[in-house]
Structure formats: C-alpha cells, structure tokens
Design a protein around this ligand. Sequence first.
Ligand code: NAP
Length: 278
Amino acid sequence: MPERRFAVFGHPVAHSLSPAMHNANFRALGLDAVYERRDVVEADLAANLGDFRSGGVNCTIPLKRAAYDICDRLDESARRFGVVNTLRFDAGGGLTGFNTDGIGFLRDLEESLGCSPAGRSVLVFGCGGAGRAIAITCACAGARVVALANRTPERMTALAAELADRAPGVPVRQTSGDAQAWTAACRDADLVVQCTSLGLHDGDPFPLGADAFHRGQKVYDLVYTTPVTPIMRAAQAAGAATQNGLGMLIHQGAASFTIWTGLQADLAAMRAALTTGR
Ligand code: NAP
C-alpha cells in the first residue's frame, strides 16, 4: 500500500482525467503515493473520507456543496465560491475546505494568454457551475465589467444577483438568450470565456455569428477534451488569441497538490500525462 492515498469523489465523467494527471506528478517527484477515483454519492461522502487521511480528497460534481458543508474550517477561496473542490485533513484533526478552480483559471490565463481579467471587459458565456466560478473569479480579480450570457435566463439572473453581492463594485450586464445578442456581447468583450458544455461533442451547435470575434481579443474555452473547439476555431480565424481548458484543469490540480503537501507540482509531467498518455 502506498504511503499516501489521494482521491477524487464525484461523477465519473467529471473526474476521469484526474488520476492520470496526479499519478504522473507523484512519479515525477518520486513520491510513494497514489491518486484514485471513487464514485461516491452525497450520503456516503463522510464515510469514504477515512481511507484518504494520509493524503487528501478532491470533490467534483455533484459533491462540491456537500463537501463545503462537512468542513470544520473553510479557506477564503471556499467561502468566496460557496463550494469546495479540495479537502485537507489537518494535523490536529478536522477538515479544511478550499476551492482551486478560480486560481487554476487565473494561472492558466496568465500562462497561456498572458493576461488577467483585471481592467478587462469579460464575457462569461454559460452560467452553469463552471460559469459561476469563472464569473465570480473575474469579478473578484477586478474585471472592468462582467457580461453574462446563458441559454436559460433564470440561471443568468441568479448569477448576476450573486455577483452584485460578492463583488459590488463591478458592473454586471445580462445578455438575453439569442444568437444575435450573444454575438454582439462577444464582440464587445476583451476577454471571452466559453463556459457552456458546447464543444464537448462533435456536432454541437455553434451559437455565435461569424462576426463575434476580432483581432486583439482573448478567447478561453473551458472545454479540455478537444485541442481546438469550434469557438476557438472561429476566434482564431478572426485573429483572436485562444486557449482551451486543459491548463486550467492542470493548474487547479497542481494547486490542490500544494495544499495537501506543501510541494510544487511538476506541471510538465501532469500535462504530458493528459496529452500523450505518459
Ligand atoms: P453545467 O453546470 O451543466 O452547465 C452547462 C452550461 O452549458 C450551462 O450554462 C448550459 O446552459 C450550457 N449549455 C448546455 N447546452 C447548451 C446549448 N445547446 N446551448 C447553449 N448553452 C448550453 O456544466 P459545468 O460544470 O458548468 O461545465 C461546463 C463546461 O466547462 C464543461 O464542458 C466542462 O467540462 C467544462 N469545465 C472545465 C473545467 C476545466 O478545468 N477546464 C472545469 C470545470 C468545467 P443552461 O443553463 O441553459 O442549461
């Protein structure tokens, strides 16, 4: 049995890449550790934690709120989002909750596109779980304005209200749900963050007009299963700089690793595990 055991709990599809990425990092650093995935339902969350006291646990969909609720202490990152993706077993007992999604996005945005949301007009396209995290992150990172667009208006309205609460100084615009309005909102933004699940599957609709993008824009697509998504392709054709979500996945995992161990992760090993399978 390895000295330290780590795991991700939640929906299998949402965490399918995490073990390969973390185990590659452990090998690169010479650690006697293993990271596994465990399909856990909310009622069994607490009972499953015991096996991983030597390491740590990530929680993903649909357990992030339940993970928040069982913590003894919450880091500021967890309080900011109201959900937890990283659980740390503390030396004196007890469980501290963190959220590394925001820092993962900000680090990769800086690394891959050389920018931050600060001072920028940001369009967050998609107001599901990921869109909510990105919108809060951008607003708290000093975006000049955050525009929201979502197919279901109620979700967008709820997120706008939450942003007004969490980042009161940042203007929030809502874009009602048709392709023409989304295209105009996209054109107006310096930074577009694609947070819908569109692009995950071949044949997904492309919901924006051809004039949505232009030179000078940064376009970040959270989808990480496709190197170049349809939105990235359209943005590249218009001269915009683009990036997919693989780096965010790696950086949020690396940030969890540092929380658990105090060590810096081997980012290159994590990336190689996801891109070449090694
Ligand atoms: P989610 O909570 O289920 O939200 C899905 C979003 O996609 C909602 O905004 C939904 O709009 C929208 N959507 C779905 N089908 C659509 C369509 N046909 N037209 C327009 N909008 C549509 O999922 P999530 O957790 O936010 O994840 C969203 C994406 O982000 C996924 O691809 C996921 O893999 C990716 N992600 C990446 C990372 C990373 O580290 N790179 C992290 C988290 C998530 P409605 O509200 O109208 O349903």
